[in-house]
Design a protein around this ligand. Structure first.
Ligand code: CU
Length: 260
């Protein structure tokens, strides 16, 4: 993890005001790095206890206006107890204190699940370039526990660029083959098993805050990754019901860097 001082030093070389002007001419990789650096600046400000609760509210309002695939929620997340690929028990309640980015897939899916996994990997890579790495857990849950054995699960993570440092692939195990499909329904959508092993399903990325509250869905794959990263960031800085912005001007300026 970069130290905050390192982030200041790097951002000092590339003036913040130059970023929005440069983006159209930049390659994707460079743009990602700039976005990560921008998030570093943002974290420095919010870690200094500025604009914490206020920023989350402000960001939710902005995402409601500008990100049509964003759905704001505030309710208790459905709990679960599952196992990772190494047989360790992982429950949602044990992830309190972390922001959880959670989604469902099955590894035999011939079309959208691999793209969803790679999208999560992209978001994880952006997040993990910042101090958020320590505060976020990425969770993938299989809806096909019969086929998705621990070995299959381990290979899948490697193949799709997911970093085990703060990512887990969970299953209910072969004894409870419908449990995760029942869990999906508690998250508001369905994976319907067809005769040939194919599952008909939607694509939703769920975001759960540090207190176990389900705070958002990002629907499909057309949302902007930076919007999800910004939302994660706001949740990592949120102190429920506390604080008022002392630097709204700076907040707006930083938000401007990420306008889509
Ligand atoms: Cu699929």
């Amino acid at each position: 993890m970069r130290s905050p001082n390192a982030l200041i030093a790097i951002v000092g070389v590339a003036p913040v005001s130059a970023v929005p002007l440069s983006i159209p001419a930049l390659g994707e990789d460079l743009m990602r790095i700039l976005v990560a650096l921008g998030l570093g600046v943002f974290l420095l400000l919010t870690n200094a206890n500025e604009a914490a609760a206020h920023s989350l509210q402000s960001l939710e309002n902005q995402l409601r206006d500008r990100e049509k695939y964003f759905q704001s929620l505030d309710r208790e997340a459905p709990d679960f107890i599952l196992q990772d690929a190494d047989g360790r028990t992982v429950g949602l309640s044990a992830l309190r204190g972390k922001v959880v980015v959670l989604h469902f897939i099955y590894t035999n899916c011939p079309d959208i699940c691999p793209l969803h996994a790679e999208r999560i990997a992209e978001i994880q890579a952006m997040t993990n370039q910042t101090p958020m790495r320590e505060l976020v857990r990425f969770v993938t849950i299989t809806t096909d526990p019969k086929n998705d054995t621990p070995e299959v699960m381990r290979t899948y993570g490697r193949d799709h660029g997911l970093d085990p440092v703060n990512w887990a692939f969970l299953t209910s195990g072969p004894q409870r083959i419908t449990a995760t499909r029942e869990l999906v329904e508690r998250f508001g959508h369905k994976f319907t098993q067809e005769g040939d092993g194919y599952q008909v399903h939607g694509v939703v990325t769920h975001v759960i805050d540090m207190e176990g509250r389900w705070r958002a869905n990002f629907h499909g794959l057309q949302f902007q990754s930076t919007n999800l990263v910004l939302f994660i960031n706001a949740l990592t800085n949120d102190i429920h019901g506390a604080g008022k912005s002392k630097s709204q001007g700076m907040w707006n300026k930083i938000q401007g860097m990420f306008k889509q």
